[in-house]
Design a binder for this molecule. Structure first.
Ligand SMILES: [Zn+2]
Length: 264
């Protein structure tokens, strides 16, 4: 693996180039995908998703040059998801976002061909089966990512704490303390979901993710989304490049079935 190769979202290093350094980009269970709602199969055996974030401990917010990420303490199962298609609880490791320049693009998953302006990813790992996040990220059943769509609407009061912290991590490679933020406040009311087997949507694109894509979007204001667009892909000493369109487009389904926890 060439895990240290640089990649991005530009013309020369963007998603269409990733397969040169990461051949798995053309694999059989890549993400994101377009979810064709009429082709999703309702599975009455899928359990409700249980999101237990009550005593969660956020640590930091950072700009990794690809997105803005909030990381959590993950030394126990205090903050985990279970139920759904899972046998074990999966521990929350971090969350981050993907967004566009305009409202008509930004999300990674699309629904019936339609993108959303932004998508939140809550990344969890299977700590019952694997010793470290890295080990889990290399295993076919190692990770569980919950995807939440964001659309433009009224201001999201709970999002302000996060959007107000973004100025601290404007440049690539910057990090700030960000304690006691509970991402439960970012979830929609309904936990109805689609699920399918996929991958990380950024290099190394490991095919290790069970995806849970929530049907109900959350809303944030235009002004709040604008604050994400103020972030930069670049370090303080580099020529500034605005962090926007940090999404990978939908990948071929290759025979996979998307299951729905709800009746259409
Ligand atoms: Zn993501």
């Amino acid at each position: 693996m060439t895990g240290q190769r640089s990649w991005g979202y530009g013309r020369d290093d963007g998603p269409s180039e990733w397969h040169k350094s990461y051949p798995i980009a053309q694999g059989n269970r890549q993400s994101p995908i377009d979810i064709v709602s009429a082709r999703a199969v309702y599975d009455p055996n899928l359990k409700p998703l249980i999101i237990s974030y009550e005593s969660c401990t956020s640590l930091s917010i950072s700009n990794n040059g690809h997105s803005v990420m909030v990381e959590f303490e993950d030394t126990d199962d205090k903050t985990a998801i279970s139920g759904g298609p899972f046998e074990n609880p999966f521990r929350l490791k971090q969350f981050h976002f993907h967004w566009g320049t305009k409202h008509d693009q930004g999300s990674e998953h699309t629904i019936d061909g339609k993108p959303f302006p932004c998508e939140l990813h809550l990344v969890h790992w299977n700590a019952r089966k694997y010793a470290t996040f890295g080990e889990a990220a290399a295993a076919p059943d190692g990770l569980a990512v919950v995807g939440v769509f964001l659309e433009i609407g009224r201001e999201h009061a709970n999002m302000n704490r996060l959007t107000d912290a973004l100025y601290m991590v404007k440049f690539k490679g910057t990090k700030a303390q960000f304690r006691s933020f509970n991402p439960k406040c970012l979830l929609p009311l309904s936990l109805d979901y689609w699920t399918y087997l996929g991958s990380l949507t950024t290099p190394p694109l490991n095919e290790s993710v069970t995806w849970i894509v929530l049907k109900e979007p959350i809303r944030i204001s235009e002004k709040q989304l604008e604050k994400f667009r103020m972030l930069l892909f670049t370090s303080e000493e580099d020529q500034r490049i605005q962090m926007v369109n940090n999404f990978r487009p939908p990948q071929p389904l290759k025979g996979r079935v998307v299951r729905a926890s709800f009746k259409a």
